[in-house]
Design a protein around this ligand. Sequence first.
Ligand code: DLZ
Length: 171
Amino acid sequence: MASSIENLSSVVSQDVPDAKGMKFGIVRAEWNTKITTALTEGCKQFLIECGADEKDIEVADVPGSFELPMGAKIMLGKESFDAIICLGCIIKGETKHDEYIGHAVATAIAQLNIVASKPVIFGVLTPNSMEQAEDRSGGKHGNKGVEAAATAVKMAHLKKNMQQKKKTIGF
Ligand code: DLZ
């Protein structure tokens, strides 16, 4: 069942700060690989459009969306990334697995942001069907990986700017 709303995503790199010199980690869930690969491609391409160097974008795979927070935590400890982007796709099934996984992942990612004091972006699709997932991963509703990339750059900038101000005026 596809949504009747047309374009849900209209972000362009001109509206996003320069990502030159920034480092990004992408954690990709292997469940629904076709979708998460398309999200990852959209995400990487947009980061590069914003000025990031391809060598400064590292992708790590985890088995499913439930493992995204742990994958993000491992990446946070490994190198000084400016932001981590979690990409997954939890499709509604006959049971409530999607609700349990979705809530757990959203809560854990929100907590990681605060605990790590680094942007950790929630780029997880929660569609009712594969068709809805395709529509949002490079289909008629855009690519949510692109939106996740734009959010990562904006939040990384916010943090950098605040740190700079702190150094300059010492607040
Ligand atoms: C088990 C499971 C199911 C049923 N569905 C999905 C899904 O739609 N999307 C997703 O990313 N992962 C799914 N998983 C796997 C869990 O995220 C997790 O990998 C396992 O429960 C092992 O912890």
